[in-house]
Design a protein around this ligand. Structure first.
Ligand code: IPD
Ligand code: CA
Ligand code: CA
Length: 260
């Protein structure tokens, strides 16, 4: 029933990926700072979001769009809302590092029904429709069903995290969590794109992920993809934006013993 929305989101994600790649490692990224020196936006972020907003307005004029760069737009207050991060991993992108993605989710009456995350440089397309499992297509290959890691022992787990943009002014910046959990895991990763981190959890490439102070656009699509891959995404705390732990049920509990 929701497959038509997924197919629209996949087409859009591939178009946005082409925008990313047309700028990536170029000489004119149009980099500006937002809240502070760590928080960047590039021309590719802005052009990608405008492309998404225009496409939704053309195909679904009764739908709203929440985007990182432009906030709420379109037919706000209706049943359908697209929640989009036009370029997740802007710091990587600005450095020429290849882990970045576009994240597109669709909510119906506040429930996420479609999630699509596309990492164009890597050629990885992650998709989920509520109730239909989670899928990964690499390059032109057919999508394969994905599942979260079955590991139960944190000592064998490779987990990822990230750091909030206010890390310089706010000591509640995840550094102590990293120090606490580090001795208890096989290793830690800071991939630099929360939507992609969640998809790596969904595909079992990461065993777990946690992060504080994210936003809806970072996680909306990835959360559905993790759940449809048999995993859990739980709220870590309520006082620091969207703060989550993701993984299988056991590892979510184990990670939760060390992070707050
Ligand atoms: C950021 C990335 C990063 C995470 C930050 C996010 P952006 O998103 O997902 O991995 O640590 O908290 O804000 O700014 O690149 O879209
Ligand atoms: Ca983001
Ligand atoms: Ca972004």
């Amino acid at each position: 029933m929701y497959e038509a929305y997924r197919d629209f989101a996949v087409r859009l994600a591939r178009e946005v990926g082409a925008i990313h790649l047309s700028c990536f490692r170029g000489t004119d990224l149009g980099i500006r700072t937002k809240s502070n020196i760590s928080d960047l936006v590039t021309r590719a972020d802005r052009e990608s979001e405008e492309h998404i907003v225009r496409a939704v307005a053309a195909c679904y004029p009764t739908h709203a769009v929440l985007g990182e760069e432009g906030g709420d737009r379109g037919a706000v207050g209706g049943d359908y809302r697209w929640v989009v991060d036009p370029l997740d991993g802007t710091t990587n992108f600005s450095q020429g590092l290849p882990v970045f993605a576009v994240s597109i989710a669709l909510q119906y009456r506040n429930e996420t029904i479609v999630g699509v995350v596309y990492a164009p440089y890597l050629g990885e397309l992650f998709t989920a429709v509520k109730g239909g499992g989670a899928w990964l297509a690499v390059g032109d290959a057919a999508p394969q069903r994905i599942a979260v890691s079955p590991k139960r022992d944190l000592a064998t787990a490779v987990v990822a995290t990230g750091f909030p943009y206010d890390k310089c002014d706010n000591p509640d910046n995840n550094a102590e969590n990293v120090a606490r959990i580090l001795p208890h895991v096989r290793d830690l990763r800071r991939m630099g794109a929360a939507a992609y981190d969640l998809c790596c959890v969904a595909a079992g490439m990461l065993d777990g992920f946690w992060e504080l102070a994210l936003h809806e656009w970072d996680v909306c699509a990835g959360e559905l993809i993790v759940r449809e891959a048999g995993g859990e995404v739980v709220a870590l705390r309520a006082d620091r934006g969207v703060s989550i732990v993701a993984g299988n049920e056991t590892l979510v509990r184990e990670i939760g013993r060390y992070v707050r």
